[in-house]
Write a protein that binds this ligand. Structure first.
Ligand code: GLC
Ligand code: GLC
Ligand code: GLC
Length: 636
């Protein structure tokens, strides 16, 4: 009986021989002597054991695994060999500096190519703007081929090798990525790997019974299996279809967690892993720096469970990560897990997703604006913020998705808050069904069966700018100040920086009318962007405040890294935290001036410079913050 290490060595040797077997002896000789082969070999040596371990976790003794690995690693080699010189240089640099993404210099932005700039060439023309704002990271929302009409904003991909023709070509994309790199901006695209569109070739072939695509998706002849699964599934888009399945024209049923045209891939088939890994390597060689791992929670199904956050889902992501470490180590993963906070953190790790969305902080920023009390936010920053080394949060205020109130009921109960009731309150507050609310959001996916609901709306609309609430601008500055300073990578939902309001016409488009998220996906607003240097306008005030905070962050090491210590202000309206023992941040969530007692500040120096106002403030006296004021104090 061979030991585990011997087995791994043997497989590794076998797989290397397999890669070389397609070459002539001559070619083999020159390849094995090349720098590329040596580098590739060293990476294989280091990461193959992990890959094999994870695949073992998922597939056990499935006999397809070895032939699958033969194809996968041959593909990894060809993919690495074809990588451009530039990308190989970035590979090596990021291997040597896994913390590049945690730098205080990093500031992210996200936009839809069509809505922001028309098409890819238009986007390229906006690069000087991204530089003006200070972006070092740009997430382009889904831009691959997708069904006409409804496509869940491109989250139903028909081909990962072709750009949506309305936006340009794959060469345009390559060109945009190169131009972004030249401007010092990393390129981020989605890796939508839980599902493809129903028009993807794999889906078409699978439905037609092509044996090569057998079991690429979950297709059932009748309702028997779907009924068993549905008993324990959560409905993600209850408006679109009840349960997790959709019926095909021929009467069969297919697994569709999201919309009927988004078919879930069947990862219990190892060839599906191989196929998606191939698409991932293709994206990597376009020059993509970060893959946004879409809908990570859903990729593994098991009868009798919610089919979310299963251990195999994690193992598969770590296996994809190992493939990237071997074939394109420059590429990092960002997890999109909008689930219970205990589960969200499980996706973040150097071997899994190096960075991940922080939906808890996002939701609690809005919660805190509504309640004016920092209790839940402070608790989250204290107990749920610090992550393992070399990993970080992506801190955001708004995204293209709805806001779900994903705080833990247990956390709320600590303060005597009932989670269910509080979510009802927040939903009413943010859609303006609560007296005195400043928010003008729109309900999303109200589920009468559970009473559950989420909220759509742009940051400006939710903060009160729609009706010119006098505090709206300051609320936007405050929540963005938190995203920019708590540690990790801040992400700006482009449009927010000039106070873009909801698109009031979203429901007039038949392809959007059933999805209120389109309310907060407006087109680039020329008028607002042209006001951005004029501080007599709200757009100008927001823009300049954000620009100012970004500059401070990027020129100050105190913002580096991902961790913090909370500082309890003994004022329930003021959040406080310390970064790198050198920066003390305060934010007042109330529309009234608030005081921090000098006793609370006792351990602090007698005075400190506030980086936001540029003024020196005294900490040996009571400290007063104006309504919604932010202070970033240099304490060392
Ligand atoms: C993610 C996306 C969301 C999409 C879903 C299905 O949650 O952010 O917009 O609807 O995945 O791909
Ligand atoms: C290989 C496998 C086949 C699989 C196909 C798609 O050709 O032999 O079973 O379906 O790859 O990746
Ligand atoms: C996500 C989440 C859900 C989110 C949706 C997109 O993956 O699980 O809460 O709102 O898909 O809207």
């Amino acid at each position: 009986m061979l030991s585990r290490t011997q087995q791994v060595d043997l497989s590794l040797q076998h797989l290397k021989n397999h890669i070389l077997s397609v070459y002539t002896p001559e070619q083999r000789k020159s390849i094995t002597q090349s720098e590329d082969w040596k580098t590739f070999g060293a990476r294989l040596q280091q990461h193959f054991p992990k890959l094999m371990h994870e695949l073992d976790n998922v597939y056990g003794s499935n006999e397809a695994v070895l032939p699958m690995l033969e194809q996968l690693l041959a593909n990894a080699w060809h993919s690495y060999a074809k990588r451009s010189r530039n990308l190989k240089t970035i590979d090596a640099a990021r291997e040597a500096d896994p913390d590049w993404i945690l730098s205080h210099k990093q500031v992210g932005g996200v936009c839809y190519v069509d809505l922001f700039a028309g098409d890819l060439q238009g986007l390229k023309a906006k690069i000087p703007y991204f530089q003006e704002l200070g972006l070092t990271y740009l997430h382009l929302m889904p831009l691959f081929q997708c069904p006409e009409g409804k496509s869940d904003g491109g989250y139903a991909v028909s081909s990962y090798r072709d750009v949506n023709p309305a936006l340009g070509t794959i060469d345009d994309l390559r060109e945009v990525i190169e131009a972004l790199h030249e401007a010092g901006i990393s390129a981020v695209v989605d890796f939508i790997f839980n599902h493809t569109s129903n028009e993807h070739q794999w889906a078409v072939e699978c439905a037609a019974g092509n044996p090569l695509y057998d079991n690429f998706y979950y297709i059932f002849p009748d309702r028997w299996m779907p009924d068993q699964y549905d008993r324990t599934l959560r409905e993600i888009f209850p408006d679109q279809h009840p349960g997790g399945f959709s019926q095909l024209e021929d009467g069969r049923w297919v697994w569709t967690t999201f919309n009927s045209f988004q078919w879930d891939l069947n990862y219990s088939n190892p060839w599906v892993f191989n196929a998606m890994a191939g698409e991932m390597m293709f994206l990597a060689n376009l020059g993509v720096d970060i893959l946004r791992m879409d809908a990570v929670a859903f990729i593994w199904k098991q009868m009798g469970t919610s089919c979310e956050n299963l251990p195999q889902a994690h193992a598969l992501i770590r296996a994809f990560n190992a493939v990237m470490r071997i074939a394109a180590p420059a590429v990092f993963f960002k997890s999109e897990a909008i689930v219970h906070p205990d589960e969200v953190v499980q996706y973040i790790g150097q071997d899994e997703c190096q960075i991940g969305y922080n939906p808890l902080q996002m939701a609690l920023l809005w919660n805190t604006l509504a309640t004016r009390e920092v209790n839940l936010l402070e608790q989250a920053l204290t107990y749920r913020h610090n992550l393992p080394e070399h990993t970080a949060w992506v801190n955001y205020v708004r995204s293209h998705d709805d806001i779900g109130w994903t705080f833990a009921d247990e956390d709320a109960a600590y303060f005597g808050i009932n989670g269910y009731d509080h979510r009802q309150f927040l939903n009413r507050f943010f859609v303006n069904h609560f007296d005195g609310s400043f928010a003008r959001g729109v309900p999303f996916q109200f589920n009468p069966a559970t009473g559950d609901c989420r909220v759509s709306g742009t940051a400006a609309a939710l903060a009160g700018l729609a009706q010119n609430d006098p505090h709206a601008v300051d609320r936007i500055k405050l929540v963005y100040s938190i995203a920019l300073s708590t540690g990790g990578l801040p992400l700006i939902y482009l449009g927010d920086e000039v106070g873009t309001l909801n698109d009031e016409s979203w429901h007039l488009d038949a392809n959007k009318a059933d999805d209120s998220r389109w309310a907060h996906r407006p087109r680039y607003n020329d008028a607002l962007y042209s006001q951005r240097h004029d501080d007599s306008t709200a757009a100008g005030q927001i823009y300049q405040a954000l620009r100012h905070m970004i500059r401070i962050r990027q020129s100050n090491k105190r913002f580096d890294g991902g961790r913090l210590l909370t500082f309890h202000t003994h004022n329930k309206h003021i959040i406080g935290y310390i970064r790198n023992q050198a920066l003390l941040a305060f934010g007042n969530f109330s529309e009234f001036a608030q005081t921090i007692s000098r006793h609370t500040l006792q351990a602090m120096p007698a005075q400190a410079k506030d980086l936001i106002s540029g003024q020196t403030v005294r900490l040996d006296q009571d400290l007063v913050l104006k309504p919604y004021q932010v202070m970033w104090l240099e304490i060392a």
